[in-house]
Design a protein around this ligand. Sequence first.
Ligand code: DOR
Ligand code: ZN
Length: 337
Amino acid sequence: MDTLTIRRPDDWHLHLRDGDMLRAVAPASAQFGRAIIMPNLVPPVVTGAQAAEYRDRITAAGFARPLMTLYLTEDTDPADVVAAHRDGIVTAVKLYPAGATTNSASGVRDFDRVRPVLAAMEDAGVPLCIHGETTDGDVFDREAAFLDRTLAPLRAAHPALKITLEHVTTSEAVQFVRGHDNIGATITVQHLMANRTTMLSHGMRPHFYCLPILKRDTHQAALRQAATSGEAKFFLGTDSAPHPTHAKEATCCAAGCFTAPHALACYAHVFEEEGALDRLEAFASLNGPAHYGLPPNDETVTLTKGPALDLPERIETNGQAVTLFDPGHALHWHVTA
Ligand code: DOR
Ligand code: ZN
């Protein structure tokens, strides 16, 4: 198969930032119809009014169909969340354990303090997106620890809450998602294409560093199996997270891979390697909308296999560079229509 026409994909997990960075990276997501926009700005997007203003800055920057999220804090007002969802301003709420990742300092420390808002969301049908890591313990074990310690009890307390476990990285997370109703999961490009050995074995490669951190190859294999299985619970979320190159290539490197410009080519590459191109549409274009209760896109995209993609090494934003994720081999799938 060297041509594939599928419904236009959506990106169910995207960081666009703000200001110059937003204007530089927003057009890079044009291959996607809609995108769930992460709220971890500085300061974070915590109210419906802030989400509406941020949405307008995003559309002005050239990404037409952002789906906004609110950043859950211990002070989040349940009524504001429910109203912003009812009014179509926000699609979901994002939970960051405080300190788990980039710009998560305002996140949740004491989960008891967000029970009222989770209960209100459960009642009103507002989905919860979760960065599923503990903030202590071995960095490679934090996702699995979060499932046992936090997600299992949270889910038992709110069985009807619709949950997206974002950027799953382990076979434990895949199993957890399979074993629970009302939970779906996004899977990134880098977690399908790389593992911790890719990142660490021939020198330390900062452009592979993201959170949750890449795990061992057996987990990568479990993710590739889940993504390409066609199961409705797994769908595309790039977690494309641009940082200036100087912040990535630093003594203490920032977490995040900038994959938006070539994400579809990367996913198609993985699906072809797994002999599953016929299931790319489910993962990229159908499962995500179904999870969020939205229709799939009407338009289609056509992917064609051809000569190696000629990608820039970086894009420029007002004097700063942002380096593209490089999987370490050529990509051959072009979006041709
Ligand atoms: O690698 C990551 N980068 N993981 C996250 O959870 C946040 C993101 C960012 O905002 O840079
Ligand atoms: Zn993210």
